[in-house]
Design a protein around this ligand. Structure first.
Ligand code: GLU
Length: 401
């Protein structure tokens, strides 16, 4: 066992909470569980008062509308893919409205985001989704995210909201992810079948033995195979935990069925904590530093070198020249006046636009390009100092001269 300290809920700076369908929607009636949702909004408000940023990932769209559309489903209540997608189109309106009402009762503003796999994977869209979320959080809103089920085809589907929540947590650099479900964590075997199954309070690393504990019980799949409520089982929760812990985010699996489950967790209620992989938060930077072949170079002045070495972002003002052809979100090296490629990052501008705004103040960007882009050419979250991080995964490609 590792000596790493077990996290405490609420120590986070940024927390993602995933809420399963069965918590939001009453399975029998297909109605919103308003009292539960109100208490959840209260939990979120309580965290927010203490300065903790909260992002909700909420399922429930399909469960809230399948009855309205008269979809009964086949064996074990499963809907056909197109039925799930149609139900999501109706239910998402209800879900968003329910969240909006619940949060506004606590003086919070709900913001709906419907994402697909590409929004968390494709670099350009990733930067976009992240910037929108960051702006919402900064403005005090509570993002409520779901997968864009109605339009997502299998290639662009994440498939279950456990994984979606993990990707959001990784994308937003959250330090804690809470997966609320109908069981208080991981057991050594399926407790409904095996009497002596023991609760596992802490998982320092997701080993094959841990994966075996999750068994095949309620294994998740695409929404085509969705039963009356959510799709995620323990296996998808482990898959989610792997994604998030690998990105430096601790994950709790906890029971959410009783009202105010986050408060219960803070009070020491039972759950399973998956510890963040040490250095996990650096994984993305390592990926940027070593895993991506740069398509161009931004030559910067001495002031920018200093700012970047001190952990800052690269502003257009510090860029002297732009080498190569690359698109928005593509990897580039950052080259000092001495010709040393000392950093790598994802450019918020394509080469053509980057050339036009190089050397200019961020306030001038809108006038030059005719649209208001990001203030930074490379945001510090998308930037890795090569000296500090390279080595582990190689130099990653040849840089245009
Ligand atoms: N996105 C689906 C919904 O809102 C649920 C997916 C899941 O529960 O993992 O109904």
């Amino acid at each position: 066992m590792s000596a790493a300290r077990v996290p405490v809920l609420g120590e986070a700076r940024r927390l993602v909470v995933k809420i399963g369908s069965a918590l939001v929607a009453d399975g029998a009636s297909g109605r919103v569980r308003t009292a539960w949702l109100d208490a959840m909004a209260g939990d979120i408000a309580g965290l927010r008062v203490r300065g903790i940023e909260v992002i909700a990932v909420s399922s429930g769209a399909i469960a809230l509308a399948r009855r309205t559309l008269g979809f009964r489903g086949g064996s074990r209540g499963r809907l056909r893919l197109e039925e799930s997608q149609a139900a999501a189109a109706v239910g998402q309106i209800r879900l968003a409205q329910a969240w909006s009402e619940a949060l506004s009762a606590h003086r919070l503003v709900a913001a709906q985001l419907l994402l697909t796999l590409g929004d968390t994977e494709d670099r350009r869209r990733y930067l976009n989704a992240r910037a929108t979320l960051a702006t919402l959080i900064k403005a005090g809103a509570v993002p409520v995210i779901n997968e864009n089920d109605s339009v997502a085809t299998s290639e662009i589907r994440i498939g279950d909201n456990d994984r979606l929540a993990a990707r959001v947590a990784a994308m937003m650099g959250a330090d804690q992810l809470v997966l609320l479900t109908d069981i208080d964590g991981l057991y050594t075997a399926d407790p409904r079948k095996v009497g002596e199954a023991a609760h596992v309070p802490v998982v320092p690393a997701i080993t094959p033995a841990i994966v075996a504990m999750a068994g095949g019980a309620m294994a998740g799949g695409a929404i085509a195979g969705e039963a009356a409520s959510g799709v995620g089982g323990m296996r998808t929760k482990l898959a989610a935990a792997r994604i998030a812990t690998g990105a430096g985010c601790a994950v709790a699996i906890a029971r959410g069925t009783e009202p105010a489950p986050l408060r219960a967790l803070e009070a020491g209620g039972p759950c399973t904590w998956f510890l963040a992989v040490p250095e996990g938060a650096q994984a993305r930077k390592r990926w940027i530093a070593g895993g991506l072949a740069p398509l161009g170079a931004l030559v910067v002045d001495a002031g920018a070198v200093k700012a970047l070495r001190a952990g800052g972002s690269l502003l257009p003002a510090g860029v002297r020249a732009v080498i190569g052809e690359f698109g928005r979100g593509d990897p580039v090296v950052v080259r000092g006046p001495d010709g040393e490629d000392f950093a790598k990052g994802l450019s918020a501008y394509g080469a053509e636009d980057a050339r036009r705004i190089a050397g200019h103040r961020s306030a001038e960007i809108a006038d030059i390009l005719g649209w208001r882009g990001r203030d930074e050419m490379v945001h510090r979250d998308d930037l890795a100092l090569v000296g500090a991080l390279a080595g582990a995964s190689g130099a990653g490609g040849k840089v245009p001269e």
